[in-house]
Design a protein around this ligand. Structure first.
Ligand code: BES
Ligand code: MG
Ligand code: ZN
Length: 506
């Protein structure tokens, strides 16, 4: 008779070790010979009379950064001890890479350790804070995420716990940051027939309800969108039978209710077929994630609410599908945005800027402290930077500095891109209308798209984040499995945290 894994384990185990994992870090030893454990690693090694150090030495060469090695039978509390390589100790901020190397190394190592534990179907794991409990928590929760909503066979859940009590507050913060990014990954990966505009709004409403009491959620329907004269957004939405939604969320975290809010705007195309300018069918499924801007900004607000950040934030997301049909935009059509500007739609696949134009106009109603939009806007952004960093187009040095500083800590990087008049000329030279929705030339497509958006902004602190390149992960970010990445949610959260602490700079 075939026995279940659980039955097999209980019948064959001689030691009474609990089914529990322990992930411990080890730094690259600069001097030959002895590995340099973390504090927790050292303490555990003492507890087992130096056995761990001994086993690590005889089991193979010194553990490389991001690699893991598993040991059994060392301690009754842990069936599996996973030692993970942290690389050089106190590596600090790497100014070539623009990130904090210690934090990135911890995220990567802990993620690998947790994945090993999960593969062995061990239901819970204690994690060495490795000197930065927030980074360790992020590595664990991000590393374990896998989307299997629609699979009968799912990866087993693993409960993660901090080993010891060093950095418990930072650990909790890391769990919340990572859970926020995982929410964005969940929404982006979700199939377009399930994550419709209506469903997207329902998920965010539900998450905000449980995160905080000082939130309001408005799910605006098409009659509201018409009344606002958002003709540009509507022109995209009308090609689909799926009703459009304009989702508006308010988080009031500041003790001063009248404090100007940070306004986030996110592109929410729940499926981008290209419309009449239809896309090639290869990999078109990835366009279910064309609401990545909406997913990351809404997840950042859910996270800010959970962290109870003392700041006011408003999130605005135009949600709809971009589909070809008898009612769809046609190349050469002219539409009118909320601010009265007319747009010639020469390519129906450049729909992101059409829906954002109206959302950006609407954002000005809130006396914003700053406006930040995020959008999977152009394939050209992916060609330019790939998945290394989000492209940031901004009219504000202060805003750039805050985003940049935040991204060094999160490791989810940003890179500044130009908003030159050079590109503006290429979208304002238009035969039938004030603006053309595509640039006159093919080159610099991410920049002409940003220049187009700039025509709908009058505030002094605005940043446009083109996240098309960081939308998905193949194997580039070691602590994210293959799939939609949810980037740069943590950078947005860190940015909001910084702004909540610094009421002067912006
Ligand atoms: N959603 C796409 C951009 C995109 C491409 C995001 C690949 C993620 C990965 C956007 O709506 C689009 O189709 N943009 C066009 C613009 C062009 C027609 C000016 C593009 O990039 O080709
Ligand atoms: Mg498109
Ligand atoms: Zn799109």
């Amino acid at each position: 008779m075939a026995s279940t894994p659980a039955a097999a384990a209980s019948s064959s185990s001689r030691s009474a070790a609990r089914k529990q994992g322990l992930v411990l870090g080890v730094f690259a030893n600069e001097k030959e010979g002895t590995p340099q454990f973390t504090n927790a690693g050292d303490a555990f090694d003492k507890l087992v009379s130096g056995k761990l150090r001994e086993l690590l030495a005889i089991s193979g060469p010194p553990l490389k950064k991001g690699k893991a090695r598993i040991f059994h039978g060392l301690h009754q509390d842990f069936s599996n001890i996973v030692v993970v390589g942290l690389g050089k100790k106190a590596a600090g901020v790497n100014l070539q890479e623009n990130w904090d190397e210690d934090k990135e190394n911890i995220r990567a190592a802990v993620a690998v350790g947790c994945q090993q534990v999960q593969d062995l179907e061990v239901p819970c794991v204690e994690i060495d804070p490795c000197g930065d409990a927030q980074a360790a928590a992020e590595g664990a929760v991000l590393g374990l995420f896998e989307y299997n909503e629609f699979k009968q066979k799912k990866k087993p859940a693993v409960e993660v716990k901090l080993h010891g009590s060093d950095g418990i507050e930072a650990w909790k913060k890391g769990l919340i940051y990572a859970k926020g990014q995982n929410l964005a990954r969940y929404l982006m990966e979700g199939p377009a027939n399930h994550i419709t505009p209506t469903m997207f709004a329902a998920v965010i409403q539900e998450k905000l309800k449980s995160a905080s009491s000082n939130v309001s959620v408005y799910i605006r329907d098409e009659s509201w969108i018409k009344a606002q004269e958002m003709g540009s957004f509507l022109s995209v939405a009308k090609g689909s039978v799926e009703p459009a939604v304009f989702l508006e969320v308010h988080y009031r975290g500041s003790s001063d209710a009248s404090e100007p809010p940070l306004v986030f705007v996110g592109k929410g195309i729940t499926f981008d077929s290209g419309g009449i300018s239809i896309k090639p069918s290869a990999n078109m499924d990835a366009m279910r994630a064309d609401m990545g801007g909406a997913a990351t900004i809404c997840s950042a607000i859910v996270t800010a609410a959970e962290l109870k950040l003392p700041i006011n934030i408003i999130g605005l997301t135009p949600l709809c599908e971009n589909m070809p049909s008898g009612r769809a935009n046609k190349p050469g059509d002219v539409v009118k945005a909320m601010n009265g500007k007319t747009i010639q739609v020469d390519n129906t696949d450049a729909e992101g800027r059409l829906v954002l134009a109206d959302a950006l106009c609407y954002a000005h109603n809130f006396n914003p402290r700053a406006i930040i939009d995020a959008a999977t806007l152009t394939g050209a952004m992916d060609i330019a930077l790939g998945s290394s960093a989000t492209g940031v187009f901004t009219n504000s040095h202060q805003l750039w500095n805050q985003l940049y500083e935040a991204s060094i800590l999160t490791g989810d990087r940003v890179w500044r891109m130009p908003l030159f008049e050079h590109y503006t000329k290429q979208v304002t030279d238009c035969q039938l209308a004030d603006l053309n929705n595509i640039g006159k030339y093919r080159s610099g497509g991410a920049c002409t798209a940003a220049a187009f958006l700039k025509e709908f902004v009058t505030v002094p602190h605005w940043a446009h984040l083109d996240i098309a390149g960081v939308m998905g992960n193949k194997d580039e970010v070691p602590y994210l499995r293959k799939g939609m990445a949810g980037r740069p949610t943590r950078t947005l959260v860190e940015f909001a945290t910084r702004l909540s602490q610094d009421k002067k700079s912006i």
